[in-house]
Design a protein around this ligand. Structure first.
Ligand code: SF4
Length: 391
């Protein structure tokens, strides 16, 4: 090894053996995606587990696999169908990438994932660590993984200093992860699972077992962070800056049992999902001038409702026929958004064949990929009688 770690070579050679022993007793067993060597199933579970808690994946993974049981079925599906199935899981670029990757694997590799992690990492939405996991689980390839949990475990045990967001520290961790791999490739699936489980359940970010329980961590006598009393200080992280707040106005335009939805651009947040027509997102101001608010609602409705259908008078004040609805807050990883809902019941329907707009029956919402807060809002609307649109 050409870098310094603060632990003995013996620990490096013993690391995987200790971890596999730990897994026999304490690792997570019988998760539906475990012990499955089908690269397609491994890949879907790995993508879904990114940024989503295991409890949620336990519920949604079987459903997704039932809906899309093979890579060819996923590749042939419409993107709206995939987004609808992903609805509520957040980080929708994962769903778009799944769909695009399925097409790539069908087109380039005739439906069979390559077993080389370098080729896997070239596919849409598959990063280096996910490529390592697929190669290890599905092909027993001696390839390391390095997700956030693994970085934490290695930085603590081996005393890796420096901010983990920095490239040089990251490369150091990759080298370390490579050097710790078991010699026997047959144990790669269990070793990789053990590493994931240990970081997720024992050496956790805020409550590692060595600080909080009587459980005996198998590394406690050699762990650099524990021996130097710096468990919660390692790995070092750059401080997060407070995420900015934005606000927008959203139009909940209804005609009987139908609601007007607009498809979001692919590259935007919630890309490719169907949402309510909205005004531009602007930085949140605590004192908002009422006139400004009504101007942006006017603009919003002008964009989606044909001019001859807009009775301008109703937009002049909140006492008009536009009803002020709830204000919804949604927290993204890097920003917060406040959405003020304005509800308008249209008596006469209008044609919306342009601009990605569609009248959608409240009963058909399940077929559309919707952002989670919008899904909850629409599901909360009481269903009125079916009201056929004539236009
Ligand atoms: S001793 Fe504590 S910090 Fe070190 S590996 Fe074990 S749980 Fe993690």
């Amino acid at each position: 090894m050409n870098f310094e770690v603060k632990n003995t070579p013996i620990l490096i050679s013993e690391f995987s053996k200790v971890l596999i022993q730990w897994h026999h007793q304490h690792g997570r067993q019988n998760l539906p995606w475990q012990n499955n060597r089908d690269p397609y199933a491994v890949w879907v579970s790995e993508i879904m587990l990114q940024q989503t808690q295991v409890a949620t994946v336990l519920e949604r993974y079987p459903r997704f696999m039932k809906h899309f049981p093979s890579i060819s079925i996923l590749a042939d599906a419409e993107i709206d169908e995939v987004l609808a199935e992903w609805s509520g899981l957040g980080y929708y670029s994962r769903a778009r990438n799944l769909h695009a990757c399925a097409k790539q694997v069908m087109g380039i590799y005739s439906g069979k994932f390559p077993n080389d992690p370098l080729l896997l990492a070239e596919l849409k939405g598959i990063g280096r660590s996910t490529a390592g996991a697929i190669a290890a689980f599905a092909f027993k390839n001696r390839t390391p993984i390095l997700d956030a949990n693994v970085k934490r475990v290695l930085a603590r045990i081996f005393g890796v200093e420096g901010f983990i967001q920095e490239k040089s520290v990251n490369e150091k961790l990759w080298e370390l992860a490579q050097s710790l791999l078991p010699a026997d490739n047959k144990v790669m699936p269990i070793y990789t699972q053990a590493l994931m489980d240990f970081g997720a359940t024992w050496c956790t970010s805020r409550k590692p077992v060595c600080l909080t329980t009587l459980k005996k961590c198998p590394y406690m006598d050699v762990c650099h962070a524990r021996l130097s009393n710096r468990v919660l200080d390692l790995p070092a992280r750059l401080k997060k800056i407070k995420s900015p707040e934005f606000e927008c106005q959203m139009g909940l335009i209804r005609k009987g049992n139908f609601v007007l939805l607009k498809k979001r651009p692919d590259k935007a947040i919630w890309g490719g999902l169907w949402s309510l027509p909205e005004s531009l997102w602007s930085p949140k101001m605590y004192e908002k001038n009422e006139e400004d608010v009504f101007m942006s609602i006017n603009k919003l409705f002008d964009l989606v409702i044909p001019a001859e259908k807009v009775p301008k008078a109703w937009l002049k004040s909140s006492n008009g026929s536009v009803i002020k609805g709830p204000k919804i807050k949604h927290v993204f990883s890097h920003r917060r958004l406040w959405m003020q809902i304005w509800e308008l019941h249209v008596i006469e329907p209008f044609n919306v064949s342009k601009m990605g707009l569609a009248w959608v029956s409240l009963r058909q919402l399940g077929k559309f990929g919707l952002p989670q807060p919008i899904k909850l809002l629409l599901e909360g609307l009481s269903l009125v009688r079916d009201d056929d649109l004539k236009n």
